[in-house]
Design a protein. Structure first.
Length: 313
């Protein structure tokens, strides 16, 4: 019975192939008939009633031939069995893409499908192996291990405002010739406006007790915008103070100490205070006031000695 079914299916397939071949021949004949109709219409006719009647008769016969070929093709098409349709969702519309060579979406989709299957398979193998060989680096109970690994969130940036106010007030008294004014125009973050003698001004932005940014400007430069708000981003018009801003940013990172933030702020302001005599201090190395039209803009982070940028150790 199995062999009989196999032979029967083969005969059915052969008959379908024959029907397809006949349908292709019928399609070719239909195209030829239609081409003849348009060819006669393009040729036109010569003057005379006989020529007109002849052309009309030829067109009538050609159209009848087209109608006959079309009917035969429709009969053959209805007798051909359609293949089983696969439920592939929206991917069936990929065959309608006229530029398959330029956008090989189906090929890429197939590769992605194979890759995802491999990843899923390998992940299953890895999960099984890791589940069998679980690593235990200590014999502590789960509760003790949880306590040991528990970390407290950082709180240095959420210092109460009273602590910041007290620190700035103490530092203001520590440096008589350097004025420190604390304000909070940005909310909880404090901003210290520094006025160092008649030499320079600076804006120090704090987040809790951590210094986030520093901008240094000249003593005569404006610190506020036209709308009356404090300008914490605009650079100075003078190259000497822009250079000090760069050095101040480096010093801010050097003195960074989250566990001793108050000492870090004090050390940074002590370093900034060393610019009090910026334009009347000699370079320690070259013993000159100016080099490249600039005074000594760099200060040693340990002993606060002044140096030119080209003379710094």
């Amino acid at each position: 019975n199995g062999n009989f079914r196999f032979i029967k299916m083969s005969e059915n397939q052969q008959s379908q192939v024959v029907l397809l071949q006949n349908a292709l021949k019928a399609t070719k004949e239909l195209r030829t008939s239609v081409q003849n109709v348009f060819g006669k219409l393009c040729d036109g006719m010569e003057d005379g009633e006989d020529q007109e009647k002849t052309l009309l008769n030829d067109l009538q016969q050609s159209l009848m031939k087209v109608n006959t070929d079309l009917g035969e093709l429709e009969k053959m098409g209805s007798s051909i069995q359609g293949g089983s349709q696969l439920v592939i969702g929206n991917t069936s519309y990929l065959s309608l893409d006229p530029v398959v060579d330029k956008t090989p979406a189906y090929t890429q989709l197939l590769q992605s499908y194979k890759w995802s299957n491999k990843v899923s398979e390998h992940a299953g193998f890895a999960h099984a192996l890791l589940h069998q060989n679980s690593l235990k680096r200590s014999h502590l109970p789960s509760s003790g291990q949880a306590k040991r690994l528990r970390k407290h969130p950082p709180t240095i940036h959420t210092v109460p405002e009273k602590v910041v106010d007290t620190l700035v007030a103490n530092l203001d008294q520590m440096f008589p010739d350097m004025s420190l004014t604390l304000s909070r125009p940005l909310g909880a973050s404090g901003i210290i406006q520094v006025t160092l003698s008649r030499t320079l001004k600076a804006v120090v932005v704090l987040r809790g007790l951590l210094i986030e940014s520093v901008i240094v400007r000249g003593y005569g430069e404006e610190m506020y915008k036209e709308n009356g708000k404090l300008d914490i981003w605009r650079k100075s018009k003078h190259a000497v103070f822009n250079k000090i801003t760069e050095n101040a940013s480096a010093a801010m990172l050097h003195f960074y100490a989250p566990l001793m933030a108050d000492i870090a702020v004090k050390s940074f302001l002590t370093w900034l205070h060393s610019y009090k005599k910026l334009f009347s201090t000699l370079c320690v190395k070259c013993n000159k006031y100016l080099v490249d039209n600039l005074p000594p803009t760099w200060r040693d982070l340990r002993n606060l000695d002044p140096y030119h940028e080209s003379c710094r150790p």
